[in-house]
Design a protein around this ligand. Sequence first.
Ligand code: HEM
Length: 361
Amino acid sequence: MKKCKQPVLARLSYAETFAVLVAVGGPLLAKGIMVRRPMVVGVLQATGLEGAAVRLLQQLRRRHGPGPLMLRLPGREQAVLLSPTDVCRVLAQTPEPFETDSSEKHATLAHFEPEGSLISRGGERAERRALSDRALESDRPIHSLAPNVRTVIEQEIAALLHNAEQVSWGAFKDGWFRIVRRCLFGDAVADDRDLVDMLIRLRSAGNWSFLHARRRTLRARFLSRVAAYLHAAPVGTLGAQVAAHATNRSAAESQVSQWLFAFDAAGIATFRALALIAADERAAARAQRRGSDLSVPARLPAGIGETVADHTRHPPPDRPCDGLGRQHHGEGHRYPHPRALHAPGRRTPAVRAPVRTGDLA
Ligand code: HEM
């Protein structure tokens, strides 16, 4: 058999490995992988502990080069990615040779999306991922439902800003998830806050991965509600697109659970970007000049890219990286994040958000 030459990767010492686990892994686990614990996020921000983690990774990069760097762990081979190129490569070459379905991630995500594409393999993974690709129209720069999405956003933002001097994270989050529910399942589901509450409870269990017993009854209730909403989703919603493309093996409700989970991150990144824009007059003026024409592909507004990069600083533990993962989606960045949800409306810069990012993410 022909021998395949593997590159020899630099390996950290035991002391360096320990430092990475404590300084980088510690805050990540403490603040919650699946759902952030606001108090811990506040403490980390106040103490600057995450800054120390970034400095440690920078130091290791200076000492050993751009990586990947192998940790020294008993019975386990694990690399830390330090360069954007490596991060992009891993994401682009998923699922072969870089599999998404690691045991930790499986244990974590199975709390709320037991048949999600990220924790599936082979033909099942392909079919499940294809359902998301088709419904989200990954191959198109602008989703065909963008005009509907835009209408929903304009209505919800108008309601949010009505008589509001300031927009708090709580109010924004409520409005955001009304948008998400309406775009996914239709107007009849706009007020079902319980859906997201159930998901948050399941994600909180997911924060403990293997260590938390499955909340099977709650999970079944959540997934069957998602399935019922998909079944009833009116034409013109993303849910109807999912229902149209679902197959027996695609486990639609698990894929949509991943979306609901991911929309939380998208909302956090958007609010952080708005807070940044609101705090900088020139950025606000620039954003205002750009308008919000969703009929043509547009670059993400100033601030969003940075906040998304910041949000991805702590990806799931099987693929630690240094936060430079500019290309943050699997399979060659073909994944469309619904741009419509990211594009600022004309009134966006008027949002005067109190910048208390400790409440976020
Ligand atoms: C700030 C917002 C977001 C960030 C930072 C983000 C990041 C990521 C990352 C890093 C992955 C790869 C995970 C892995 O390989 O383990 C991923 C996968 C995925 N994301 Fe997002 N995402 C965001 C928003 C969204 C939204 C809004 C949707 C849906 C509407 C979405 C749908 C998905 C799906 C379906 C996958 C699984 C892809 C697969 O199985 O290969 N994401 N996301």
